[in-house]
Design a protein around this ligand. Sequence first.
Ligand code: HEM
Length: 112
Amino acid sequence: MGWKFRHRAKLHIAIMAFAFLIDLVLLLYIETSRHAIAHVSKSVLSAQSDTLLYFHVTVSTLTLVLYVVQISSGIKLFKGWVPTRKFHQRAAMVFVTLRLLNYATSFFIPTS
Ligand code: HEM
């Protein structure tokens, strides 16, 4: 949706801000219901190789970083700083790839 309306600045910003909010609420829900951070720490401490879990955690963390990057470059773009458009465009492609990888790998992470 946010991508579809990427050239209608105000609508695009509202959709992307809402998407960010939903992702934060989801993250909070996963942490409170499944103690995700404790789960990962346990896996690290037990020296058990959990490659897919680590990959998922890395991709998810980078997705959050990219949200911040996009919010910051998006604000600059909105204020009329045109040179940031190319950066915002490229970072958007990285963001979408990471978000899709985050979604795809989430199906293979054990829930307990
Ligand atoms: C992860 C979140 C986001 C993604 C993936 C994304 C992606 C994009 C893409 C692909 C474009 C079109 C660039 C072009 O071809 O010219 C665009 C435009 C734009 N984005 Fe974002 N964006 C995101 C978040 C934001 C946020 C949070 C803001 C502002 C706070 C923002 C502000 C803008 C503005 C002002 C434009 C230019 C719209 C126009 O053409 O008038 N974006 N964004």
